[in-house]
Design a protein around this ligand. Structure first.
Ligand code: COA
Length: 177
């Protein structure tokens, strides 16, 4: 498991590892619902409530990780600065949501979350991982591509955009085994 992690992700999260920039990544339970809802509200036009997060985080088929504030973000109040949630069904899983608080972005936190989350999913028996991402979301698409996700589909008019219009979703896939 550790060798697989190093081979797959060691280089990708190499920058910042062992420095004050490194976030610590933890498994997340229902107690993290409020922090997730707050970060989600700052990241998406249609926020999910604390109760929705608590219920997801309590579900047996949901695997979630949080990134705790790295020492380099001293001004931050503490607690999670990002999170990722996936739902598993047999040997497949879907990333339901991933977000990093706006003031903590471009510091390797999204990459650190995925670098911990993907091996945890693999260890839980997931062989194939899917997600949907808005076609215009260049930051997320670049992040996912750097972790080996590839486009396998497209859903037109899938998302409700902030301006009331509809946005296209790309379906991405990453095999874990
Ligand atoms: C997408 C998101 C999670 C990235 O988190 P992050 O902590 O800023 O990402 P990282 O710093 O780990 O960046 C990792 C890589 O992603 C890509 N990336 C991240 N932000 C980017 C941006 N604004 N523009 C272009 N590429 C970007 C880069 O390839 C980057 O590697 P690099 O820094 O070596 O160039 C964050 O922008 C976010 O929360 N966005 C809003 C919510 C969202 O869109 N979630 C995904 C929905 S599917």
């Amino acid at each position: 498991m550790r060798n697989w992690f190093r081979k797959e992700f060691g280089k990708r999260v190499g920058k910042g590892v062992g420095t004050s920039a490194t976030p610590s990544i933890r498994r997340l339970g229902p107690q993290g619902g409020k922090a997730c809802a707050s970060i989600h509200a700052q990241s998406f036009p249609h926020p999910w409530s604390t109760e929705e997060f608590e219920s997801l985080l309590a579900a047996r088929d949901v695997i979630a990780h949080a990134a705790m504030r790295p020492a380099s973000l001293r001004h931050w109040a503490g607690g999670p600065v990002g999170f990722v949630l996936s739902r598993q069904a047999a040997d497949e899983a879907e990333i339901l949501t991933l977000a990093v608080a706006p003031g903590a972005r471009r510091r390797g936190i999204g990459a650190a979350l995925l670098a911990n989350h993907l091996p945890a999913l693999a260890a839980a028996g997931v062989r194939c991982l899917f997600l949907e991402v808005e076609a215009d979301n260049k930051a997320a698409i670049k992040l996912y591509q750097s972790f080996g996700f590839r486009q396998v589909g497209e859903r037109k008019a899938y998302y409700r955009a902030a301006d009331g219009g509809r946005a296209t979703a790309l379906v991405l896939r990453r095999d874990l085994a």
